[in-house]
Design a protein around this ligand. Sequence first.
Ligand code: NAD
Ligand code: DAU
Length: 333
Amino acid sequence: MKKYLVTGGAGFIGSNYIHYLFEKYSDIQVINLDKLTYAGNLENLREIENRPDYQFVEGDICDEKIVDDLMKDVDYVINFAAESHVDRSIGSPDDFIKTDVYGTFVLLESARKYKIKKFVQISTDEVYGSIEKGSFVETDPLMPSSPYSASKSGADRLAYSYFVTYDMPVLITRCSNNFGQYQYPEKLIPLFITNAIEDKKLPIYGDGKNVRDWIYVLDHCDAVDFILHNGKNGEVYNIGGGNERNNLEITELILNGLGKSKNLMTFVEDRLGHDRRYSVDCRKLESLGWRPKYEFSKAMDLTIDWYKNNQWWWKKIKSGEYLDYYKKQYKMK
Ligand code: NAD
Ligand code: DAU
Protein backbone atom coordinates (compact mmCIF):
# COMPACT_ATOMS: atom_id res chain seq x y z
CA MET A 1 0.00 0.00 0.00
CA LYS A 2 1.65 3.23 -1.17
CA LYS A 3 0.66 6.62 0.14
CA TYR A 4 0.71 9.61 -2.24
CA LEU A 5 0.77 13.24 -1.19
CA VAL A 6 -0.59 15.13 -4.18
CA THR A 7 -0.34 18.90 -3.84
CA GLY A 8 -2.59 21.15 -5.90
CA GLY A 9 -4.91 18.18 -6.39
CA ALA A 10 -8.02 20.37 -6.67
CA GLY A 11 -6.66 22.10 -9.77
CA PHE A 12 -6.85 21.00 -13.39
CA ILE A 13 -3.99 18.51 -13.77
CA GLY A 14 -3.84 17.48 -10.09
CA SER A 15 -7.52 16.47 -10.01
CA ASN A 16 -7.17 14.54 -13.27
CA TYR A 17 -4.13 12.81 -11.75
CA ILE A 18 -6.05 11.76 -8.65
CA HIS A 19 -8.85 10.30 -10.83
CA TYR A 20 -6.20 8.59 -12.92
CA LEU A 21 -4.57 7.04 -9.82
CA PHE A 22 -7.86 5.63 -8.47
CA GLU A 23 -8.72 4.17 -11.86
CA LYS A 24 -5.35 2.49 -12.11
CA TYR A 25 -4.60 1.28 -8.58
CA SER A 26 -6.77 -0.31 -5.91
CA ASP A 27 -4.17 -0.42 -3.13
CA ILE A 28 -3.14 3.20 -2.64
CA GLN A 29 -3.94 6.09 -0.34
CA VAL A 30 -4.06 9.65 -1.60
CA ILE A 31 -3.81 12.85 0.41
CA ASN A 32 -4.69 15.97 -1.54
CA LEU A 33 -3.21 19.16 -0.05
CA ASP A 34 -4.66 22.22 -1.76
CA LYS A 35 -5.07 25.84 -0.70
CA LEU A 36 -8.20 26.23 -2.86
CA THR A 37 -7.12 29.39 -4.60
CA TYR A 38 -9.37 30.70 -7.38
CA ALA A 39 -8.09 27.74 -9.48
CA GLY A 40 -8.82 25.01 -6.91
CA ASN A 41 -12.24 23.40 -7.23
CA LEU A 42 -13.48 20.49 -5.13
CA GLU A 43 -16.20 19.84 -7.71
CA ASN A 44 -13.46 18.30 -9.85
CA LEU A 45 -13.28 15.50 -7.28
CA ARG A 46 -16.88 14.99 -6.26
CA GLU A 47 -17.04 11.35 -7.53
CA ILE A 48 -14.22 10.28 -5.23
CA GLU A 49 -14.55 12.64 -2.25
CA ASN A 50 -16.05 9.99 0.06
CA ARG A 51 -13.60 7.20 -0.66
CA PRO A 52 -11.90 5.88 2.52
CA ASP A 53 -8.55 5.85 0.72
CA TYR A 54 -8.78 9.57 -0.13
CA GLN A 55 -8.26 12.56 2.16
CA PHE A 56 -8.59 16.23 1.27
CA VAL A 57 -6.70 18.78 3.37
CA GLU A 58 -7.25 22.48 2.77
CA GLY A 59 -3.89 24.16 3.31
CA ASP A 60 -0.92 26.00 1.91
CA ILE A 61 2.28 24.25 0.78
CA CYS A 62 4.12 27.22 2.33
CA ASP A 63 2.80 26.20 5.77
CA GLU A 64 5.55 24.10 7.35
CA LYS A 65 3.34 22.73 10.11
CA ILE A 66 0.61 21.39 7.86
CA VAL A 67 3.18 20.02 5.43
CA ASP A 68 5.17 18.29 8.21
CA ASP A 69 2.01 16.78 9.73
CA LEU A 70 1.00 15.25 6.41
CA MET A 71 4.44 14.17 5.26
CA LYS A 72 5.16 11.73 8.15
CA ASP A 73 4.17 8.41 6.57
CA VAL A 74 3.96 9.40 2.91
CA ASP A 75 5.80 7.38 0.22
CA TYR A 76 5.50 9.67 -2.83
CA VAL A 77 5.11 13.44 -3.16
CA ILE A 78 3.82 14.79 -6.48
CA ASN A 79 4.01 18.59 -6.42
CA PHE A 80 1.43 20.06 -8.78
CA ALA A 81 0.59 23.03 -6.51
CA ALA A 82 1.44 26.30 -8.21
CA GLU A 83 0.16 29.57 -9.46
CA SER A 84 -0.05 28.52 -13.10
CA HIS A 85 -1.35 31.30 -15.34
CA VAL A 86 1.18 33.42 -17.26
CA ASP A 87 -1.15 36.44 -17.66
CA ARG A 88 -1.76 36.60 -13.91
CA SER A 89 1.99 36.42 -13.26
CA ILE A 90 2.45 39.49 -15.45
CA GLY A 91 -0.16 41.43 -13.47
CA SER A 92 0.89 40.31 -9.97
CA PRO A 93 3.91 38.03 -9.60
CA ASP A 94 3.96 37.89 -5.74
CA ASP A 95 1.99 34.68 -5.23
CA PHE A 96 4.01 32.97 -7.95
CA ILE A 97 7.22 33.52 -6.04
CA LYS A 98 5.62 32.50 -2.74
CA THR A 99 3.91 29.31 -3.88
CA ASP A 100 6.03 28.15 -6.80
CA VAL A 101 9.42 28.80 -5.21
CA TYR A 102 9.01 29.02 -1.42
CA GLY A 103 6.23 26.43 -1.30
CA THR A 104 8.40 23.95 -3.20
CA PHE A 105 11.21 24.63 -0.73
CA VAL A 106 8.92 23.84 2.23
CA LEU A 107 7.85 20.57 0.62
CA LEU A 108 11.44 19.59 -0.20
CA GLU A 109 12.65 20.29 3.35
CA SER A 110 9.86 18.23 4.85
CA ALA A 111 10.32 15.40 2.33
CA ARG A 112 14.01 15.35 3.23
CA LYS A 113 13.25 15.19 6.94
CA TYR A 114 10.86 12.26 6.52
CA LYS A 115 12.98 10.43 3.93
CA ILE A 116 10.29 10.30 1.28
CA LYS A 117 10.78 7.55 -1.36
CA LYS A 118 10.13 9.77 -4.42
CA PHE A 119 9.55 13.48 -4.92
CA VAL A 120 8.20 14.45 -8.34
CA GLN A 121 8.47 18.15 -9.14
CA ILE A 122 5.96 19.08 -11.85
CA SER A 123 7.88 21.67 -13.80
CA THR A 124 7.01 22.96 -17.29
CA ASP A 125 8.41 23.28 -20.81
CA GLU A 126 8.18 27.07 -20.33
CA VAL A 127 11.39 27.01 -18.27
CA TYR A 128 13.42 26.76 -21.50
CA GLY A 129 11.85 29.89 -22.95
CA SER A 130 10.99 30.33 -26.62
CA ILE A 131 12.58 28.50 -29.57
CA GLU A 132 12.14 29.46 -33.25
CA LYS A 133 13.33 26.16 -34.76
CA GLY A 134 14.17 22.73 -33.35
CA SER A 135 13.32 21.44 -29.86
CA PHE A 136 14.83 21.72 -26.40
CA VAL A 137 16.55 18.76 -24.77
CA GLU A 138 16.70 18.34 -21.01
CA THR A 139 20.28 19.63 -20.73
CA ASP A 140 19.59 22.91 -22.54
CA PRO A 141 19.94 26.09 -20.46
CA LEU A 142 16.84 27.57 -18.87
CA MET A 143 15.80 30.97 -20.24
CA PRO A 144 12.35 31.63 -18.73
CA SER A 145 10.66 34.81 -19.86
CA SER A 146 7.65 35.38 -17.57
CA PRO A 147 7.47 35.69 -13.78
CA TYR A 148 5.52 32.39 -13.92
CA SER A 149 8.16 30.46 -15.85
CA ALA A 150 10.96 32.09 -13.86
CA SER A 151 9.38 30.99 -10.58
CA LYS A 152 8.88 27.47 -11.99
CA SER A 153 12.55 27.45 -13.05
CA GLY A 154 13.54 28.34 -9.50
CA ALA A 155 11.51 25.44 -8.15
CA ASP A 156 12.84 23.09 -10.83
CA ARG A 157 16.48 23.79 -9.98
CA LEU A 158 15.82 23.86 -6.24
CA ALA A 159 14.38 20.34 -6.50
CA TYR A 160 17.48 19.26 -8.44
CA SER A 161 19.73 20.76 -5.77
CA TYR A 162 18.11 18.50 -3.17
CA PHE A 163 19.13 15.50 -5.27
CA VAL A 164 22.72 16.69 -5.68
CA THR A 165 23.22 18.01 -2.16
CA TYR A 166 21.16 15.63 -0.01
CA ASP A 167 20.84 12.63 -2.34
CA MET A 168 17.08 12.99 -2.23
CA PRO A 169 15.12 10.85 -4.75
CA VAL A 170 13.88 13.77 -6.85
CA LEU A 171 12.46 13.55 -10.39
CA ILE A 172 11.58 16.58 -12.51
CA THR A 173 9.07 16.66 -15.36
CA ARG A 174 8.75 19.41 -17.98
CA CYS A 175 5.49 19.01 -19.83
CA SER A 176 4.02 20.99 -22.71
CA ASN A 177 0.54 22.63 -22.82
CA ASN A 178 -2.23 20.46 -21.41
CA PHE A 179 -5.91 20.50 -22.36
CA GLY A 180 -8.93 18.51 -21.20
CA GLN A 181 -11.71 18.36 -18.63
CA TYR A 182 -11.65 20.58 -15.51
CA GLN A 183 -9.25 23.17 -16.95
CA TYR A 184 -9.97 26.61 -15.53
CA PRO A 185 -11.50 28.74 -18.30
CA GLU A 186 -8.73 31.33 -18.30
CA LYS A 187 -6.41 29.14 -20.39
CA LEU A 188 -6.66 29.28 -24.20
CA ILE A 189 -8.63 26.11 -24.99
CA PRO A 190 -11.30 26.16 -22.25
CA LEU A 191 -11.67 29.95 -22.53
CA PHE A 192 -12.26 29.74 -26.27
CA ILE A 193 -14.60 26.73 -26.09
CA THR A 194 -16.76 28.29 -23.37
CA ASN A 195 -16.78 31.74 -25.01
CA ALA A 196 -17.76 30.19 -28.35
CA ILE A 197 -20.58 28.20 -26.71
CA GLU A 198 -21.87 31.51 -25.33
CA ASP A 199 -21.31 33.35 -28.67
CA LYS A 200 -18.75 35.61 -27.00
CA LYS A 201 -15.61 36.91 -28.72
CA LEU A 202 -12.41 34.82 -28.68
CA PRO A 203 -9.53 37.21 -27.82
CA ILE A 204 -6.47 36.19 -29.88
CA TYR A 205 -3.23 37.79 -28.68
CA GLY A 206 -1.04 39.49 -31.30
CA ASP A 207 -1.08 37.78 -34.70
CA GLY A 208 -2.19 34.39 -33.32
CA LYS A 209 0.86 32.63 -34.77
CA ASN A 210 2.40 31.60 -31.44
CA VAL A 211 2.96 27.86 -31.32
CA ARG A 212 2.36 25.45 -28.45
CA ASP A 213 2.69 21.65 -28.30
CA TRP A 214 -0.64 20.33 -26.99
CA ILE A 215 -1.03 17.19 -24.87
CA TYR A 216 -4.22 15.66 -23.51
CA VAL A 217 -4.22 15.88 -19.73
CA LEU A 218 -4.62 12.12 -19.17
CA ASP A 219 -1.48 11.50 -21.22
CA HIS A 220 0.37 13.92 -18.94
CA CYS A 221 -0.97 12.07 -15.86
CA ASP A 222 0.12 8.76 -17.34
CA ALA A 223 3.60 10.13 -18.09
CA VAL A 224 4.00 11.44 -14.52
CA ASP A 225 3.09 8.04 -13.09
CA PHE A 226 5.40 6.31 -15.57
CA ILE A 227 8.30 8.58 -14.61
CA LEU A 228 7.59 8.10 -10.89
CA HIS A 229 8.03 4.33 -11.35
CA ASN A 230 10.60 4.17 -14.16
CA GLY A 231 12.57 7.42 -14.04
CA LYS A 232 16.06 7.76 -12.64
CA ASN A 233 16.54 9.92 -9.55
CA GLY A 234 17.95 13.38 -10.24
CA GLU A 235 16.86 13.33 -13.88
CA VAL A 236 14.67 15.72 -15.83
CA TYR A 237 12.12 14.36 -18.33
CA ASN A 238 10.48 16.38 -21.08
CA ILE A 239 6.88 15.37 -21.82
CA GLY A 240 5.17 16.49 -25.02
CA GLY A 241 2.15 15.59 -27.08
CA GLY A 242 3.83 15.96 -30.47
CA ASN A 243 0.98 18.25 -31.55
CA GLU A 244 2.42 21.66 -32.37
CA ARG A 245 -0.29 24.07 -33.49
CA ASN A 246 -0.49 27.85 -33.63
CA ASN A 247 -3.27 29.67 -31.82
CA LEU A 248 -5.18 30.41 -35.03
CA GLU A 249 -5.28 26.68 -35.84
CA ILE A 250 -6.57 25.91 -32.34
CA THR A 251 -9.20 28.65 -32.63
CA GLU A 252 -10.45 27.33 -35.97
CA LEU A 253 -10.62 23.78 -34.64
CA ILE A 254 -12.79 24.97 -31.76
CA LEU A 255 -15.09 27.07 -33.93
CA ASN A 256 -15.51 24.25 -36.45
CA GLY A 257 -16.05 21.71 -33.68
CA LEU A 258 -18.87 23.80 -32.29
CA GLY A 259 -20.25 24.93 -35.66
CA LYS A 260 -19.66 28.59 -34.78
CA SER A 261 -18.76 31.53 -37.03
CA LYS A 262 -15.22 32.83 -37.53
CA ASN A 263 -16.66 36.28 -36.77
CA LEU A 264 -16.16 35.41 -33.10
CA MET A 265 -12.39 35.73 -33.58
CA THR A 266 -11.03 39.04 -32.36
CA PHE A 267 -7.40 40.17 -32.33
CA VAL A 268 -6.34 41.91 -29.11
CA GLU A 269 -3.14 43.44 -27.74
CA ASP A 270 -0.31 40.92 -27.41
CA ARG A 271 0.73 39.41 -24.06
CA LEU A 272 3.84 41.13 -22.66
CA GLY A 273 6.95 39.03 -23.28
CA HIS A 274 4.84 36.52 -25.23
CA ASP A 275 6.93 33.42 -26.04
CA ARG A 276 6.65 32.62 -29.76
CA ARG A 277 7.07 28.87 -29.72
CA TYR A 278 7.58 26.06 -27.23
CA SER A 279 8.95 22.73 -28.33
CA VAL A 280 10.47 19.89 -26.35
CA ASP A 281 12.42 16.88 -27.56
CA CYS A 282 10.93 13.82 -25.83
CA ARG A 283 13.33 11.13 -26.96
CA LYS A 284 14.69 10.64 -23.44
CA LEU A 285 11.26 9.61 -22.13
CA GLU A 286 10.49 7.63 -25.29
CA SER A 287 13.67 5.64 -24.80
CA LEU A 288 12.24 4.43 -21.47
CA GLY A 289 9.15 3.22 -23.34
CA TRP A 290 6.55 5.99 -22.86
CA ARG A 291 4.51 7.64 -25.60
CA PRO A 292 1.23 9.59 -25.53
CA LYS A 293 -1.84 7.42 -26.24
CA TYR A 294 -4.49 9.99 -27.19
CA GLU A 295 -4.80 11.15 -30.79
CA PHE A 296 -4.99 14.96 -30.85
CA SER A 297 -8.20 15.53 -32.82
CA LYS A 298 -10.05 12.82 -30.85
CA ALA A 299 -8.87 14.34 -27.55
CA MET A 300 -10.00 17.80 -28.76
CA ASP A 301 -13.44 16.35 -29.62
CA LEU A 302 -13.64 14.75 -26.16
CA THR A 303 -12.70 18.09 -24.59
CA ILE A 304 -15.18 20.16 -26.61
CA ASP A 305 -17.93 17.63 -25.76
CA TRP A 306 -17.01 17.77 -22.08
CA TYR A 307 -17.40 21.57 -21.91
CA LYS A 308 -20.65 21.32 -23.93
CA ASN A 309 -22.07 18.73 -21.53
CA ASN A 310 -20.78 20.21 -18.27
CA GLN A 311 -21.88 23.80 -18.44
CA TRP A 312 -22.90 23.61 -14.76
CA TRP A 313 -19.16 23.29 -13.98
CA TRP A 314 -17.84 26.34 -15.86
CA LYS A 315 -20.86 28.66 -15.79
CA LYS A 316 -20.50 28.96 -12.02
CA ILE A 317 -16.82 29.79 -12.43
CA LYS A 318 -17.38 32.38 -15.16
CA SER A 319 -19.01 34.83 -12.80
CA GLY A 320 -17.93 36.90 -9.80
CA GLU A 321 -14.18 37.20 -9.30
CA TYR A 322 -13.53 35.67 -12.72
CA LEU A 323 -15.54 38.35 -14.50
CA ASP A 324 -13.76 41.17 -12.66
CA TYR A 325 -10.43 39.70 -13.78
CA TYR A 326 -11.51 39.45 -17.41
CA LYS A 327 -13.02 42.90 -17.57
CA LYS A 328 -9.64 44.26 -16.47
CA GLN A 329 -7.70 41.96 -18.78
CA TYR A 330 -9.54 42.79 -21.99
CA LYS A 331 -10.73 46.26 -20.99
CA MET A 332 -14.31 44.98 -21.40
CA LYS A 333 -17.27 47.09 -20.37
P1 NAD B 1 -4.13 24.99 -11.79
O1 NAD B 1 -3.93 26.46 -11.65
O2 NAD B 1 -5.35 24.49 -12.48
O3 NAD B 1 -4.10 24.31 -10.35
C1 NAD B 1 -3.20 24.67 -9.36
C2 NAD B 1 -3.71 24.13 -8.04
O4 NAD B 1 -2.75 24.45 -7.02
C3 NAD B 1 -5.05 24.73 -7.59
O5 NAD B 1 -5.91 23.72 -7.13
C4 NAD B 1 -4.66 25.67 -6.45
O6 NAD B 1 -5.68 25.83 -5.49
C5 NAD B 1 -3.44 24.96 -5.88
N1 NAD B 1 -2.54 25.87 -5.16
C6 NAD B 1 -2.09 27.08 -5.57
N2 NAD B 1 -1.30 27.63 -4.61
C7 NAD B 1 -1.24 26.72 -3.60
C8 NAD B 1 -0.56 26.69 -2.35
N3 NAD B 1 0.20 27.71 -1.93
N4 NAD B 1 -0.71 25.61 -1.57
C9 NAD B 1 -1.49 24.57 -1.96
N5 NAD B 1 -2.16 24.53 -3.12
C10 NAD B 1 -2.03 25.61 -3.93
O7 NAD B 1 -2.82 24.46 -12.50
P2 NAD B 1 -2.61 23.25 -13.52
O8 NAD B 1 -2.77 23.76 -14.89
O9 NAD B 1 -3.38 22.08 -13.04
O10 NAD B 1 -1.04 22.99 -13.30
C11 NAD B 1 -0.59 22.10 -12.29
C12 NAD B 1 0.92 22.05 -12.31
O11 NAD B 1 1.39 21.62 -13.60
C13 NAD B 1 1.59 23.39 -12.06
O12 NAD B 1 2.72 23.17 -11.27
C14 NAD B 1 1.99 23.88 -13.45
O13 NAD B 1 3.11 24.72 -13.39
C15 NAD B 1 2.30 22.55 -14.13
N6 NAD B 1 2.14 22.50 -15.58
C16 NAD B 1 0.96 22.91 -16.14
C17 NAD B 1 0.80 22.78 -17.52
C18 NAD B 1 -0.49 23.20 -18.19
O14 NAD B 1 -0.57 23.21 -19.42
N7 NAD B 1 -1.54 23.55 -17.46
C19 NAD B 1 1.83 22.25 -18.30
C20 NAD B 1 3.02 21.87 -17.68
C21 NAD B 1 3.16 21.98 -16.31
O1 DAU C 1 3.71 25.17 -21.76
C1 DAU C 1 3.17 24.76 -20.52
C2 DAU C 1 2.43 25.92 -19.91
O2 DAU C 1 1.24 26.08 -20.68
C3 DAU C 1 2.10 25.73 -18.44
O3 DAU C 1 3.30 25.67 -17.73
C4 DAU C 1 1.24 26.88 -17.94
O4 DAU C 1 0.83 26.62 -16.60
C5 DAU C 1 0.00 26.99 -18.80
O5 DAU C 1 -0.77 28.10 -18.39
C6 DAU C 1 0.38 27.11 -20.28
O6 DAU C 1 0.96 28.42 -20.58
P1 DAU C 1 0.59 29.23 -21.91
O7 DAU C 1 0.85 30.64 -21.68
O8 DAU C 1 1.19 28.59 -23.11
O9 DAU C 1 -1.00 28.90 -21.96
P2 DAU C 1 -2.27 29.83 -22.23
O10 DAU C 1 -3.44 28.91 -22.34
O11 DAU C 1 -2.35 30.97 -21.30
O12 DAU C 1 -1.95 30.41 -23.68
C7 DAU C 1 -1.74 29.56 -24.80
C8 DAU C 1 -1.48 30.45 -26.01
O13 DAU C 1 -2.69 31.15 -26.34
C9 DAU C 1 -0.44 31.53 -25.79
O14 DAU C 1 0.28 31.74 -26.99
C10 DAU C 1 -1.25 32.78 -25.46
C11 DAU C 1 -2.50 32.56 -26.29
N1 DAU C 1 -3.75 33.15 -25.74
C12 DAU C 1 -4.11 32.81 -24.47
C13 DAU C 1 -5.26 33.32 -23.91
C14 DAU C 1 -5.65 32.98 -22.49
C15 DAU C 1 -4.55 33.97 -26.53
O15 DAU C 1 -4.23 34.25 -27.70
N2 DAU C 1 -5.69 34.47 -25.97
C16 DAU C 1 -6.07 34.19 -24.69
O16 DAU C 1 -7.13 34.72 -24.24
